[in-house]
Design a protein around this ligand. Sequence first.
Ligand SMILES: *[C@@H]1O[C@H](CO)[C@@H](O)[C@H](O)[C@H]1NC(C)=O
Ligand SMILES: *[C@@H]1O[C@H](CO)[C@@H](O)[C@H](O)[C@H]1NC(C)=O
Ligand SMILES: *[C@@H]1O[C@H](CO)[C@@H](O)[C@H](O)[C@H]1NC(C)=O
Ligand SMILES: *[C@@H]1O[C@H](CO)[C@@H](O)[C@H](O)[C@H]1NC(C)=O
Ligand SMILES: *[C@@H]1O[C@H](CO)[C@@H](O)[C@H](O)[C@H]1NC(C)=O
Ligand SMILES: *[C@@H]1O[C@H](CO)[C@@H](O)[C@H](O)[C@H]1NC(C)=O
Ligand SMILES: *[C@@H]1O[C@H](CO)[C@@H](O)[C@H](O)[C@H]1NC(C)=O
Ligand SMILES: *[C@@H]1O[C@H](CO)[C@@H](O)[C@H](O)[C@H]1NC(C)=O
Ligand SMILES: *[C@@H]1O[C@H](CO)[C@@H](O)[C@H](O)[C@H]1NC(C)=O
Ligand SMILES: *[C@@H]1O[C@H](CO)[C@@H](O)[C@H](O)[C@H]1NC(C)=O
Ligand SMILES: *[C@@H]1O[C@H](CO)[C@@H](O)[C@H](O)[C@H]1NC(C)=O
Ligand SMILES: *[C@@H]1O[C@H](CO)[C@@H](O)[C@H](O)[C@H]1NC(C)=O
Length: 832
Amino acid sequence: MLPVLLTLSIIYMTNSGTSASVNTITLPQLIKENETISSNNEAFKLGFFSPVNTTNRYVGIWYINQSNIIWIANREKPLQDSSGVITISHDYTNLVVLNGQKHVIWSSNVSSNLASSNSNVTAQLQNDGNLALLENTTGNIIWESGKHPSNAFIANMILSSNQKTGERVKATSWKTPSAPAIGKFSATIERFNAPEIFVWNQTKPYWRSGPWNGQDFLGLASNWLPTSANLKGFIIRREDNGSLVEITYTLPNSSFFATIVLSSEGKLVYTAWINMIQVRKRVVQQNDCDVYGICGPNGSCDLKNSPICTCLIGFKPRNVGEWNRENWTSGCVRRATLQCERGKYNGSALDGEEDGFLKLETTKPPDFVEQSYPSLDACRIECLNNCSCVAYAYDNGIRCLTWSDKLIDIVRFTGGGIDLYIRQAYSEITKHTDTDGIHTHGIHGKRNITSIIIAIVIVGVIIVATLKIQSLLVLNAGQTHQENQSASPIGDVKQVKIEDLPLFEFKIISSATNNFGSTNKIGQGGFGSVYKGELPDGLEVAVKRLSKASAQGLEEFMNEVIVISKLQHRNLVRLLGCCIEGDEKMLVYEYMPNNSLDFYLFDPVKKKVLDWKKRLTIIEGISRGLLYLHRDSRLRIIHRDLKPSNILLDGELNPKISDFGMARIFGGSENEGNTRRIVGTYGYMSPEYAMEGLFSEKSDVFSFGVLLLEIISGRKNTSFYNHEQALNLLGYAWKLWNEEEIISLIDPEICKPDYVDQILRCIHIGLVCVQEIAKERPTMATFVSMLNSEIVKLPPPSQPAFIQSKIEHREDLAQQNYDSKNSVTVTSLQGR
Ligand SMILES: *[C@@H]1O[C@H](CO)[C@@H](O)[C@H](O)[C@H]1NC(C)=O
Ligand SMILES: *[C@@H]1O[C@H](CO)[C@@H](O)[C@H](O)[C@H]1NC(C)=O
Ligand SMILES: *[C@@H]1O[C@H](CO)[C@@H](O)[C@H](O)[C@H]1NC(C)=O
Ligand SMILES: *[C@@H]1O[C@H](CO)[C@@H](O)[C@H](O)[C@H]1NC(C)=O
Ligand SMILES: *[C@@H]1O[C@H](CO)[C@@H](O)[C@H](O)[C@H]1NC(C)=O
Ligand SMILES: *[C@@H]1O[C@H](CO)[C@@H](O)[C@H](O)[C@H]1NC(C)=O
Ligand SMILES: *[C@@H]1O[C@H](CO)[C@@H](O)[C@H](O)[C@H]1NC(C)=O
Ligand SMILES: *[C@@H]1O[C@H](CO)[C@@H](O)[C@H](O)[C@H]1NC(C)=O
Ligand SMILES: *[C@@H]1O[C@H](CO)[C@@H](O)[C@H](O)[C@H]1NC(C)=O
Ligand SMILES: *[C@@H]1O[C@H](CO)[C@@H](O)[C@H](O)[C@H]1NC(C)=O
Ligand SMILES: *[C@@H]1O[C@H](CO)[C@@H](O)[C@H](O)[C@H]1NC(C)=O
Ligand SMILES: *[C@@H]1O[C@H](CO)[C@@H](O)[C@H](O)[C@H]1NC(C)=O
């Protein structure tokens, strides 16, 4: 019994009740049943509550209401009645919870080491939900709830692990939804080399996030923690030479709040609110592949397979009997001995059959990664030269990742993850290799051959039925120009390996898009509609659904499948798969939250978001994407319809080129094609293409030049009016250039003295790209060198083509533009 406290509380109790607007507890103040203190922003409250289905009372902090408990004091020792109080201890050093008998049932347990003996502590509920114990003379925080998490991980809370002492600050689940006592699941930060979040089932790992690369957790199928869009991102600190790691996260603004709660079933649940209205709630671990190491060492989990586990390529079950009974715990072992191991064991000389790597795309990186900083090539070589290195991966954020020994917790995703390169013996590589040495495996092991063959047949039939002879050239992807058109179309389709493209079931796409509901619709065009959807693994996608009536659309659909399924570049929109069932034909893309470039560029308000740095990033991104199309991919591809509505923007406004419905593939030595059917968009077509149907890399460069000038001026080429001379943007730019007034072309939004030189250089490059004569325009490789000033002196531009504004201006209707058909400026004319 504490006489002082008792006296004070008696005095206190004679006063009126605690006002809800108070955010502190100072002696002699007490918080009783039915009373709370609130943070100044009124978002958080500290008080007594009971979970569902129990009358036990707990002291906790909640956000908005008691459905969202973010912290609990006495989780192990509930109060049985309503006689408890929250107060400061009699020695002024701790926050305590007392029961009806005035016994301390919970204490913040700070040892009495206050700076001054005259100091008292005050408990304060802060605007971020943190409960802090402040030393009142210095204002120092001597204890805070944020460093003692319960089951919720909120912004500014810190989880940490200390390698030297083994200490972990972790979030721990409740036993049951009615019992907040510490349950068997916990969440921690682990792996000092490349830290990531782990969920444990007691001492066994239950789930892991994969390493954080500065933007994303690499082991997540999808953006379930929408870091770029919602949270401002996680911050991982490594101190003491990496032996102490801490993780926290911050919020983008004060109207936003999020919690990541570890449920009593061991699932992380992410919930977000904007202006106190719940906007999102999702469970992270949703399926069997999320269970740590479910397929055993050297196994790989893919929900699209049945059964879900397969051995990695080049591996076989350690115990076939167990494996066939779907007991995968023993995992898989190599089929063929690695050359580096043979060398080691029998001392024999190298036999020329060197080990190599096979690629596994969109994969959750396995556990026990080693991280270092060499380049991509050095990473590969480092791994190749070290016999104990069994796999590597390269991520631009955290660079080189390598693994030794077993590979555990590999999951195949539809999108996201990394490309994992797995060391293989020469014999395995020759068995599985494609022409360029690194093979991509969509599905390995019990690959569902039936469905692939069906797909090939379906696709083949469609092509036979609809594509014209000239289009078959396109199908002959990556091969030399085909003179002889008698080759079987199905053979051609096989060449583009349609089986690498995942097939989605109609019912999955249908439920992902709320049965193609109107609220999910994000675009509409001649081909059909585009819908936003969410796949069962949480990945957000855009689904282009071909309208059954559109024959033209079908041709472009097939063209797009064939062209884009072979391409992978961060500045090209990613095709995740397709769905062909009955009359239904759909393409499934990664979802781009920020719409297309025209949406920002030509809007007086939205364009403000695009400062010069952002616009330069966009220009650079498009140029890298185009360079890849023209030169760096295994195929050579002319896009033929570059324009702002075909540049989609991701969460960080990075550009991705979309719409390959009109793209053309060139074989080996071919440089130029021509077509009778001229498709494209006025204002962006080069003269030789618009007039003669000739297209080449240089016609894309022309379109990009127009696009570049639009990005800098913030104005549309086709909608440009110059009152006196009826010039379009190109004509106007040329006029200003000759009058040495070109600076006035620059969008006032970006025209800052620091940037002017760089912007003028870009205009110059743009003018060089739109020159009348194709061969005077730079290639994309030259363009990139000009842009990054490897080429210092730029050639003087000659007069651009099409400087008169003859073409009637129409509004672009482009929305989520995965297809040019939703832009009415698209036209089709007969050339020659
Ligand atoms: C708390 O409020 C409830 C409902 O208003 C009331 O029934 C109960 O008696 C109050 N408890 C105390 C301890 O004041
Ligand atoms: C609470 O109890 C009811 C009745 O027993 C039960 O149906 C319900 O599922 C319980 N709720 C929780 C969250 O345990
Ligand atoms: C909390 O607020 C939400 C949203 O208004 C409501 O659905 C829920 O029932 C409330 N919970 C409690 C315990 O009041
Ligand atoms: C505080 O210390 C006491 C005695 O060492 C211990 O029983 C109690 O669990 C501690 N409370 C907290 C919240 O750590
Ligand atoms: C703390 O505050 C109380 C009440 O105002 C006062 O009596 C006491 O001396 C203070 N304690 C210290 C250590 O300053
Ligand atoms: C510190 O606490 C004492 C006692 O509660 C109070 O009188 C004094 O005003 C406080 N000082 C500050 C700076 O809050
Ligand atoms: C957690 O581990 C226990 C004991 O190993 C096991 O029985 C239980 O099924 C596991 N829980 C989950 C959700 O995997
Ligand atoms: C706060 O951030 C969220 C998430 O990024 C965003 O949706 C919201 O519009 C922002 N609110 C304000 C007022 O900036
Ligand atoms: C970190 O490691 C370096 C080199 O091993 C050593 O010189 C340094 O003292 C270490 N620092 C700490 C804080 O342990
Ligand atoms: C699976 O195989 C492991 C290893 O052989 C064995 O210990 C375990 O009992 C098996 N589990 C089942 C459910 O058969
Ligand atoms: C997995 O593969 C590695 C080599 O890549 C091998 O050392 C290990 O024995 C394999 N199997 C298991 C069960 O660890
Ligand atoms: C393969 O796919 C086809 C068509 O989707 C299906 O009928 C068949 O059951 C699948 N076979 C296996 C082994 O999954």
